[in-house]
Ligand binder design. Structure first.
Ligand code: ZN
Ligand code: ZN
Length: 260
């Protein structure tokens, strides 16, 4: 990775292009593998775990891909000034693992996680206000029955907003580049997870101590089905404390997480 970073520091005009290609490739890999696996290869075995039935809209997947590529273009442009600051030593990114103690890495990930989760909830609530929904967020909700390709299908303005949260973290929280890349990769997979249209978590999850805090595919799927409630990203606790948990979430989760 050091060679790539060095190349981009010396040729910063290539940064948005390379980032766009990287985001697109990652998206196509995750979405294609999960779509083919869940919707075709294992669709019979997972029949009872399929959340919404019915046909997709005409050209739905093509539109999901098109809007995702628009979002990646916006994200790549938004990230370029941050990379410029990084190239000029203005961020807190560090390259030697030994520069900070090992215990810092999990703390670092937790800070990143909670910051992303909290800012996502706030901006997602704002996106459901009448003006923002009508002009921006409606794009993501065109897919009433989401597919893994809907994970990044946003209006380009929302795509740009989705990535701004990394600025304070990269500017002020010391982080190794691999911690950053690893977190963002897991986050991309989790975005796809919410749009599988299949519930893969075991039945006991809902009442497990850890399960009672997290969102699952059913949680976000209900958000697409009803355009309301379930605004959380990783932790459904934000919906619980703010009274925005969709009332059908537990019942539907129990229905789709049953094996047979
Ligand atoms: Zn929404
Ligand atoms: Zn969604």
């Amino acid at each position: 990775m050091d060679h790539v970073i060095q190349f981009l520091i010396e040729h910063i005009t290539w940064f948005p292009v390379i980032l766009f290609l990287f985001l697109s490739l990652r998206y196509f890999l995750i979405s294609s593998i999960m779509y083919v696996s869940l919707w075709f290869v294992f669709s019979k075995a997972l029949k009872k775990r399929r959340i919404q039935e019915g046909a997709l809209l005409k050209n739905q997947i093509w539109n999901e891909i098109r809007h995702s590529l628009e979002s990646f273009a916006a994200m790549s442009v938004i990230c370029t000034p941050l990379f410029y600051l990084y190239a000029h030593g203005k961020t807190t990114i560090y390259h030697n693992w030994v520069d900070y103690p090992l215990w810092w890495i999990p703390i670092n990930i937790l800070i990143f996680f909670f910051w992303h989760d909290w800012t996502f909830y706030i901006h997602h609530r704002w996106l459901h206000t009448p003006w923002a929904y009508k002009h921006i967020h409606y794009v993501h909700h065109i897919s009433r029955i989401p597919t893994p390709f809907a994970s990044h299908a946003f209006h380009w303005v929302e795509g740009a907003m989705q990535i701004v949260f990394i600025y304070p973290v990269v500017m002020w929280v010391p982080m190794h580049p691999w911690t950053f890349v690893g977190f963002m990769a897991l986050s991309a997979f989790f975005a796809s997870w919410g749009h599988f249209n299949y519930e893969l978590m075991p039945l006991g999850t809902w009442h497990a101590w850890w399960g009672s805090w997290v969102t699952t595919s059913t949680h976000h799927n209900l958000h697409h089905k009803y355009n309301n409630g379930n605004f959380s990203l990783y932790l459904r606790s934000w919906d619980r404390v703010n009274g925005t948990l969709h009332p059908q979430t537990e019942e539907r989760y129990a229905q789709y997480s049953k094996k047979d």
